[in-house]
Structure formats: C-alpha cells, structure tokens
Design a protein around this ligand. Structure first.
Ligand SMILES: [Zn+2]
Ligand SMILES: [Zn+2]
Length: 144
C-alpha cells in the first residue's frame, strides 16, 4: 500500500524546486535566537523530515550553503536569497520551513526554545523551555 503524498516546495523566485514526501517527524514552532536571526522573523514554523524524503527537482546548482555550526547546514537560493531548508546530519533530519511548502498542511504540536521568545503565542500548545528530552533538551514546560 502506498499512501505517501508528495508536496512541492520552492525558493522565493522559483529557480529552485524541491519536493517532500510522506510525513514529517515533527511540526512545531521554534523561538530560538538562531532561527530568528537566520529567518528575519520572530518565530520559525518548521517541519522535520527524513533527509531521504526531501528531493531537489530543479536548480540544484543554484543552492548556496552555510554552516555557522557543524550541526546545521543552512541552504538557500543564490538568485533570490530565499531560504530552502536546514540539514541536521547529526540528527538525520532536514528542517524545512513551513513557509516554503505552502501546500503542505502544517499542524504544529508544540513550541520549542520558548525561553528565548520575543512573541508570546497563546494557542494552547505545549511550550518547551528548550527542547524535548528525546532531542537532548530538558523537556521542561513553561507557561504561555
Ligand atoms: Zn530563488
Ligand atoms: Zn530555532
């Protein structure tokens, strides 16, 4: 049985196209400083995928790459500067911003790194101080 769905993603100008297939491992919001500085927005809405399910279908040559830290390879389009995704090889996960896969039904289940927030969100979802225990964090929850 094959019920895997494929969703289209692209950079801001459309010269880089990619697809994500199946289901992400996690959908959430991140409030950390790194996400804020890299994205230019107050909060990052992200989806985490098995790297094998993220495939560049057009414009591979046009992808720039930057590592501030070894654990995060940030990728963007060299033409428009639009962000594509961030690879986390240590965790075997690729972080795709929800904004670049507009057709994908983004259903976040929690907030992470809420201790660094600059934009409180009273949506009733759990607010983790840093990261879940499984991801090496404290697993502590904060009030909204
Ligand atoms: Zn572009
Ligand atoms: Zn973050």
């Amino acid at each position: 049985m094959n019920t895997e769905k494929t969703y289209n993603g692209s950079c801001f100008c459309g010269s880089v196209l990619f697809t994500v297939t199946s289901e992400p491992a996690l959908m959430a919001y991140c409030h950390c400083d790194s996400c804020r500085h890299w994205s230019g927005g107050p909060v990052s809405a992200f989806t985490l995928w098995n790297p094998e399910t993220v495939k560049v279908t057009h414009g591979e040559d046009n992808i720039g790459s930057y590592n501030k830290t070894p654990g995060s390879t940030r990728k963007w389009c060299k033409s428009c500067g639009g962000h594509l995704f961030t690879e986390h090889p240590d965790m075997a996960l690729t972080d795709v911003s929800a904004a670049v896969i507009p057709d994908f039904p983004f259903e976040p289940v929690l907030h992470v790194n809420y201790q660094e927030t600059v934009l409180h969100m009273t949506d009733g979802l759990p607010k983790m101080k840093d990261l879940p225990l499984e991801a090496g964090g404290s697993g502590e929850l904060l009030a909204e």
